[in-house]
Design a binder for this molecule. Structure first.
Ligand code: CMC
Length: 391
């Protein structure tokens, strides 16, 4: 037995110090390296935000050019990694393929990688940020039986990804700039979120000195769950099930029933007890994207009715359950032609910038120790072994 603080789900335990991201959950504030998410969403780009998270400062023009050059020169995956995909059945979930493919990067970059060397750490970060869209697009194309596309390194990050996803040989891709802008914004909003479950997973695995690609692969598996990044896929499935605004009332009623495990996906957050600031930005973007792309989606009507109904319901008000980042993101992804199973993969591409920034911070911080939670033992006292005939 031991005397430890019992903190189920780590609601009140700070597992680390960190200078990367700040959240004030009561006020609905989110800062990356001190910069408000609203300003970054309006003025920055995902790649610039990735630089900021990694390095602590916004890049000067020459620094950004050099970062962009490095990222665009590490976008290809090893040719033999392609064979890896062939082992999957065509309907394998893209998150399963993504986690496995990223873990397999550790096989390509392991023996000559020294996690104690800052240059090696930086190279691992660049490689991950660069290769993630290539691998993600390969997961998608494998699932629909299309040949993989090589990355076009003359394009910007998000454009390059959209080309790898949707480009067909000898046909120029007709992709609205609104689509690229919307995806870039979603990537900015998902880039980091302090010690969430997947980032804590990356840090826990990282604390053992494990390979960074293996550590990030562990983060991907943690992200997949519907209580975390998998919520964006779950939200869209739920909106489809609800179907029409008329059915919203009964869905809200079900979510309040304590004998029913049904929850409103995209509502609630461990830290935000106010509007998730990212949800506010996405909500606005969602209306804009649908209007500019000329898409009318009946699921948006269901989502708006659901939000309205929940925000005035006593149950949700009392528990401070507000729409979170994943509530509206799926509707945007859908409008861009990204299939539902790929939603959490989109989240993973963006969060890679945060995961690897935390992994680097962890290795830069002196006095780090292996992560090793304790437990409150609830099992048997010591007892003697009984022979099998006497049990
Ligand atoms: N629908 C209905 N009731 C809910 C919901 C919901 N979405 N979320 C929380 N509650 C209730 C819960 O039943 C509990 O009620 P009571 O006090 O009567 O027992 C109370 O609110 C507190 O909930 P909790 O489960 O103790 O809160 P938590 O901090 O452990 O969980 C959460 C946070 C995000 C896992 C949870 O709110 C949830 O499951 N939400 C739906 C899934 C979701 O949208 N996840 C995405 C989170 S944001 C992006 C990300 O992290 O990737």
């Amino acid at each position: 037995t031991g005397h430890f603080t019992y903190d189920v789900g780590y609601g009140s335990t700070a597992s680390t110090k960190s200078a990367i991201t700040y959240i004030d959950g009561d006020k609905g504030v989110l800062l990356y390296r001190g910069y408000p998410i609203e300003q970054l969403a309006e003025k920055s780009s995902f790649l610039e935000v990735a630089y900021l998270l990694l390095n602590g400062e916004l890049p000067k023009p020459a620094e950004f050019a050099s970062f962009e050059h490095d990222v665009s020169h590490h976008t290809m995956m090893h040719e033999s990694l392609k064979n890896f995909f062939q082992g999957f059945h065509h309907d394998a979930h893209p998150m399963a393929m993504l986690a496995a493919a990223v873990a397999s990067l550790s096989a390509f970059y392991h023996d000559d990688l020294d996690v104690e060397n800052p240059a090696d750490r930086k190279l691992a970060a660049i490689r991950l940020i660069a290769k993630m869209p290539t691998i993600a697009a390969a997961c998608y194309r494998y699932s629909i039986g299309w040949p993989f596309r090589y990355p076009r390194n003359n394009l910007e990050y998000v454009d390059r990804f959209l080309h790898m996803m949707f480009e067909v040989p000898s046909e120029p891709l007709q992709m609205s700039p609104v689509a690229a802008k919307a995806l870039d914004l979603l990537f900015i909003l998902h880039a980091d979120h302090e010690q969430n479950a997947s980032t804590s997973t990356v840090r826990l695995v990282g604390s053992t000195g494990a390979n960074p690609y293996a550590s990030v692969a562990a983060g991907i598996t943690a992200l997949w769950g519907p209580a975390h990044g998998g919520a964006n896929e779950a939200v869209l499935k739920q909106l489809r099930e609800i179907g029409t605004p008329d059915n919203v009332e009964s869905a809200v009623k079900r979510a309040k029933d304590k004998n029913d495990s049904f929850r409103l996906m995209g509502f609630g957050h461990r830290v935000y007890k106010n509007f998730d600031p990212r949800a506010k930005i996405i909500r606005e973007m969602c209306h804009k994207v649908l209007a500019e792309l000329g898409v009318s989606d009946p699921l948006l009507d269901v989502a708006m009715k659901l939000e309205e109904a929940a925000l005035k319901d006593e149950y949700f008000v009392e528990r401070k359950l507000y729409p979170n980042v994943d509530f509206y993101s799926g509707i945007i992804y859908k409008a861009l032609g990204i299939p539902t199973e790929m939603f959490t993969v989109m989240f993973a591409i963006a969060r890679t910038a945060g995961w690897i920034s935390h992994w680097i911070e962890q290795h830069e911080t002196p006095g780090a120790r292996i992560g090793r939670p304790r437990q409150i033992y609830t099992g048997h006292d010591v007892r003697d072994y009984t022979a099998s005939g006497k049990r």
